[in-house]
Ligand binder design. Structure first.
Ligand SMILES: [Zn+2]
Length: 124
């Protein structure tokens, strides 16, 4: 069982079992919403329980992005037609037991940083 929350504690998340290996997304939307690039883990919807108010921003007809309406923490990337929701790695309390595996959408990365961790990088 893993526990996560937003900054103010309004939104609490429980994940049953191990966390899937996270990736880091450098797409324009993740950079704008997170403030940098965004690390997340894609958890099956049946393995997660969310309590508290979440505000959903409909980023496209296929994806909504969730954040806390009180403190603004960006928590969820939710593709409506998938069986998983991506949860912000930064929201987790305690050891996560996982490491980043790769970078995605680096074609949209900012010019103000380099990716130098040696992990695989995908353009899209
Ligand atoms: Zn909050």
């Amino acid at each position: 069982m893993h526990h996560a929350s937003c900054l103010c504690g309004n939104v609490k998340i429980e994940v049953a079992g191990d966390l899937p290996p996270p990736n880091a997304c450098h797409c324009t939307m993740c950079r704008k919403q997170s403030g940098h690039y965004w690390a997340s883990t894609e958890v099956k919807k049946t393995n997660m329980t969310v309590t508290g108010d979440v505000t959903w921003y409909q980023a496209s007809d296929r994806v909504r992005r969730g954040f806390c309406p009180t403190c603004g923490s960006f928590l969820f990337f939710d593709p409506l037609f998938q069986d998983w929701t991506a949860i912000s790695m930064g929201a987790f309390d305690g050891p996560t037991g996982v490491k980043l595996t790769h970078h995605i959408y680096i074609d949209n990365k900012g010019d103000y940083y380099d990716i130098a961790d040696g992990l695989p990088q995908n353009g899209q």
